[in-house]
Structures are given as C-alpha cells and as structure tokens.
Design a protein around this ligand. Structure first.
Ligand SMILES: NC(=O)c1ccc[n+]([C@@H]2O[C@H](COP(=O)([O-])OP(=O)(O)OC[C@H]3O[C@@H](n4cnc5c(N)ncnc54)[C@H](OP(=O)(O)O)[C@@H]3O)[C@@H](O)[C@H]2O)c1
Length: 219
C-alpha cells in the first residue's frame, strides 16, 4: 500500500520503520523538511517528503504530530490522497507539558473529533495509547499469548477495517472501541491508556473509563 506518515518522531519514526519493512511504499514528513530525514530514509527506504506531499496517492495517512501542531498542517494536504483514504490519528492532548489549552477539548470534545475538525477529514484513532518502543519490540504473530491489543475507534467502517488489518499485519491485535464520540474512553488518563493487557482486559478498561478528564490532563 501507499502510506503517508506525517510526523517522524517517536511514533512516526517507528511506524515508518515497521511499515516500510513490511513492503509498503512509505512517504514520511516532518516540520523541518525532507532534507532532515535523510538518515531515516536511508535506514528504511521510505521517501522523505514535505507534509504537503506526504498524502499524495496514499491509501493510508498517519497524522502523528504533537496535537498543538495539527492546525499548522498544510491546508488541503489530503486533497491528493487516494479515494477512501484511511487517516490514522495517534494524537493525545497534553495541555500542561506540550499542547497548551485547547478550549473545545477542555469543554469535552473528544481529542480526535477536534483533530478531524482541524484537518477537515474523518480519522481513525489508533496507537494513541501504545508506547512508541512497543511498535518495534512487541510485534507478535497471530495467536501469540502476549500479543498486544490496541483499541481502534472511528466512524467509517471501511477505513476502520483497513486500519485494523494493517495493525494486525504489524503484529498486534485490535478491539473495535466504537465511534469517535466514544473515543474519550482511550484518551490519556483512562484505564486503557498504556494498558498492555489481553483483549478482555482492554474491553474491561474501555468500559470502566470515566468521561471526567483527570486534573493532570487538563490545562
Ligand atoms: N511517544 C509515544 O510513545 C506516543 C505514544 C502514543 C501516542 N503518542 C502521540 O502521538 C503524537 C506524536 O507523538 P511523538 O512522541 O511521535 O512526537 P515527537 O517524537 O515529538 O515527534 C513529532 C513529529 O511531528 C513533526 N511535526 C511537528 N509539527 C509538524 C508540522 N507542522 N508538520 C509536519 N510535521 C510536524 C516533528 O517534526 P520536527 O522534528 O521536524 O519538528 C516530529 O517529527 C502525539 O500526539 C503524542 O502524544 C505518542
């Protein structure tokens, strides 16, 4: 598949490594420009591009930049993507350490709904509670007892299927955690966030989430 990754940090870098190793045609972008991605490109075979180019022709686009940077993404960056493109949002709102105050999220809008409004395209929420290093180290074959289980939320069933299949190919199980209106259940501070339990534990953790945002994740 043609995959565009916007953000080449902890998560974007490791997804670039793993997805390129699986044989996907990966384009990767950061904020400073493709000339700063030479080492990652040489290591992985991914194509370094600008953020405006990353989604061109892509069937899957991963948005994996700090939440506060989402409004800075180039206008119309998804215009050249393949029809039906699945856009993965890995983002989390860290108002105190990184993102500053985002009023709509403080008022209760799920983080991924906010991101989808900023970029003007539906998103599938995945990887947001996954440790970046686990993307490299914890891939397992189907059926392995210690295979990690990732919650995946989103409203478009076809895009969600594409993303769940891709995550399976990366070596992780998934559970369908509902539509984006329910995606607060996997935001920072919830029981499932960073949870490395089995599918039953992940489903239980999603059910036990409280909609009240913990103080450390408020501005
Ligand atoms: N770290 C984790 O384990 C983890 C786990 C799950 C989810 N997340 C979430 O996933 C998101 C990314 O996290 P991360 O840890 O991978 O971040 P990170 O290591 O700080 O990397 C951020 C990347 O985004 C790029 N970027 C920033 N602004 C951009 C812009 N306007 N256009 C294009 N690229 C831009 C940066 O490029 P430059 O370096 O050139 O500025 C950098 O490559 C965050 O929302 C985070 O909360 C992180």
């Amino acid at each position: 598949m043609k995959i565009g990754i916007i953000g080449a940090g902890n998560i974007g870098g490791n997804l670039t490594r793993r997805l390129a190793a699986l044989g996907h045609e990966v384009s990767v972008a950061n904020s400073r420009g493709p000339q700063t991605l030479t080492a990652l490109a040489e290591e992985t075979g991914a194509k370094p591009v600008t953020a405006a180019e990353a989604a061109k022709g892509a069937q899957v686009v991963v948005v994996t930049v700090p939440l506060k940077a989402v409004p800075d993404l180039p206008a119309g960056f998804l215009d050249g993507a393949a029809e039906g493109v699945a856009v993965i949002d890995t983002g989390n709102y860290y108002p105190q350490q990184r993102d500053g105050r985002i009023a709509a999220i403080e008022d209760g809008l799920p983080e991924s709904r906010w991101t989808e409004q900023q970029i003007g395209h539906p998103v599938i929420k995945a990887f947001n509670g996954t440790y970046a290093q686990d993307i490299l180290d914890r891939a397992r074959p189907q059926g392995a007892a210690d295979r990690l289980v990732l919650p995946v939320a989103g409203d478009d069933p076809a895009a969600k299927r594409t993303v769940r299949d891709l995550i399976d190919a990366l070596g992780f199980d998934t559970v369908d955690s509902g539509g984006l209106d329910d995606s607060w259940r996997q935001q920072p501070g919830t029981p499932v966030y960073g949870n490395r339990g089995d599918a039953d534990a992940v489903v239980k953790a999603l059910a036990e989430a409280s909609p009240e945002r913990p103080a450390e994740f408020r501005a």
